[in-house]
Design a protein around this ligand. Sequence first.
Ligand SMILES: C[S@@+](CC[C@H](N)C(=O)[O-])C[C@H]1O[C@@H](n2cnc3c(N)ncnc32)[C@H](O)[C@@H]1O
Length: 280
Amino acid sequence: MPESLTPVDKRPPALTGVPETMLWPLFQRATESLRPDGVLRDPESVRIMRALDYDFVGHFGVPGGSLAARAAAIDRAIIAWLARHPAGQVVSLGEGLETQSRRVDNGRMRWLSVDLPESIALREAFLPPTDRFRHMAISALDPAWMAGLDAAEPIFIVAQGLLMYLPPEAVRGLFAGIAAGLPGATLVFDTVPPWLSRLTLRGLQQTPRYKLPPMPWGIARGDIARTLRRWCPGIGPVEFLSYALPRGVPGVLGQFMATAPMLRNQLPSLVLTSLAPAQA
Ligand SMILES: C[S@@+](CC[C@H](N)C(=O)[O-])C[C@H]1O[C@@H](n2cnc3c(N)ncnc32)[C@H](O)[C@@H]1O
């Protein structure tokens, strides 16, 4: 995309509701990538952000970088996993305009992006699918995406910025379905705390111009491991990956809160776990 892009050349994303939320992490990754002290390098996000006709600051405010830090923490988990499984398959549920596959690519892994049809349509305008980077325009709640995977290779599933937008019963069904259909898979997902879920259900304005869609699934960090064990018997160790605002007083405060059990229940969480292997 040429640097001289004018607003006339740009494309409106034409998204509403939950699909529109994909523009927020895109904006954070791109702006973070443009900072000399940014927490990740993501030229593809910069390219896509510059090609969209959208008032990012007007909708989301000045970016703090926490969503870019979340993406960078997931990158590290995938890179570590790919070092053990170089031909592994990564599935990203609700992938939006995330360019994680390009950041972690080792040249051998395969990647499946699953998202709703309108979201995949926008993604394909910027990131056409290839043999190794495939797309499925389907709800993550439709188990049909599992059928497209190669049972011979290990699987890593990412659900970044997705589960909070689903009803709790749908989240339970998704976990149970993955546990049954893809035993042994590694899983990374993030959650929001109940107070934030409640605020969005009442109607939370991020800026005067933008109201967050409802996030019906909120869960305290202290409840995550036992909930997963109930939903997916035999699940492996549940690890919390740390990520925070990359800089400034709120970032330091977040890091402090993460050290105290009562306070960390009030924070979003990023979880790494693995599902029980198939029964012999
Ligand atoms: C906050 S965005 C996150 C996008 C991306 N994972 C990222 O971090 O940049 C939420 C995404 O979830 C997708 N989504 C919402 N409901 C979905 C569903 N039932 N199945 C698949 N994707 C869904 C939206 O289309 C959107 O792309």
